[in-house]
Design a protein around this ligand. Structure first.
Ligand SMILES: NC(=O)c1ccc[n+]([C@@H]2O[C@H](COP(=O)([O-])OP(=O)(O)OC[C@H]3O[C@@H](n4cnc5c(N)ncnc54)[C@H](OP(=O)(O)O)[C@@H]3O)[C@@H](O)[C@H]2O)c1
Length: 268
């Protein structure tokens, strides 16, 4: 941290949709400063300033992941929104530095997530499939909804922009985990056609990919005579970026551990 208490941040995935949103927000905050910006090894933005690459009003050069170890040495925290395979390679390269991390990438397989946790086990890490405050309240409320009588059947619908590569979304996966744990579902059904009646062990998780939807999640609990729907809509990626900055302020100075937004927000 600088003498004035400013948190210095390296942003990995700075040229991506989430990276741009985080970079823009960082530029507007006096207590957190973007000091390094990293993109993929083949990014057309490499060597350009963030301003030239149309990311934000900063003259920081966009660098390849080869610059990450040095960038980490000069930072207080790393924020990363990339791809699962990229996270594993990048985080392994800096694992010995034990630097605080805020990771928002989704789409990890169980095996990849185990590898990631192992490589960052000596760092304080905030990992969340969704950094928005509203979505974290949705997780919380889903636990409450799961207390409904047994006759109620649950379904999850998630909607995202057509450029999203992983499905279901990380947020829908988290909602599924909660419902599988609390309601005893053992199987996920991600689509239906033809003769496909619902069985008691099935949890429906449906994905829609259309246009520019930033992120919408709904949890439906339907009984025979009534239903409840709870949901969350992110209008823009700024909904996630605000939570990312809160997580960054929170994680600096913590002991090693794999934390979630529940910890950052103080939700029980
Ligand atoms: N947790 C949350 O709240 C939240 C919210 C939204 C999205 N997400 C997730 O965040 C991830 C990124 O989403 P996005 O929409 O921003 O994707 P995106 O637009 O495709 O951006 C991906 C970024 O990663 C960079 N990248 C790719 N490989 C890299 C590597 N090896 N090293 C360093 N950087 C690399 C890309 O660089 P170049 O393109 O310049 O080559 C680009 O800047 C996805 O997994 C998405 O699901 C999470």
């Amino acid at each position: 941290m600088t003498d004035s208490g400013t948190v210095r941040v390296t942003l990995v995935g700075a040229t991506g949709r989430m990276g741009r949103e985080v970079a823009r927000l960082l530029g507007a905050k006096p207590d957190i400063k973007l000091v390094s910006a990293i993109a993929s090894p083949s990014s057309p933005a490499l060597g350009k300033k963030l301003r030239e690459a149309g990311v934000c009003d900063l003259d920081l050069e966009v660098q390849s992941p080869l610059a990450l170890p040095e960038a980490a040495r000069n930072s207080d925290a790393i924020i990363s929104f990339t791809k699962p395979q990229a996270e594993l390679a990048n985080l392994t390269a800096i694992s010995e530095q034990n630097i605080p991390l805020v990771i928002g990438t989704t789409g990890f397989t169980e095996e990849q997530m185990r590898t990631l946790k192992e490589s960052v086990k000596n760092s304080p890490v905030v990992y969340s499939s969704n950094f928005s405050i509203g979505a974290n309240l949705l997780f919380h409320l889903t636990h409450e909804l799961a207390l409904l009588p047994e006759e109620f059947e649950f379904s999850i619908i998630e909607e995202h922009h057509s450029g999203k590569s992983d499905s279901p979304s990380g947020t829908a996966k988290r909602l599924s985990e909660i419902l599988m744990e609390e309601r005893g579902y053992t199987k996920i059904v991600s689509g239906r056609s033809g003769d496909s009646r619902r069985r008691p062990d099935e949890l429906e998780v449906f994905s829609v990919r259309a246009g520019g939807i930033a992120g919408r999640h709904s949890v439906i609990a339907a009984g025979q005579h009534e239903m409840i729907t709870i949901g969350h809509d992110a209008f823009t990626r700024a909904a996630f970026a605000g939570g990312v900055l809160s997580a960054t302020r929170w994680v600096v100075g913590r002991g090693p551990g794999f934390y979630t937004m529940k910890d950052v927000l103080g939700l029980k």
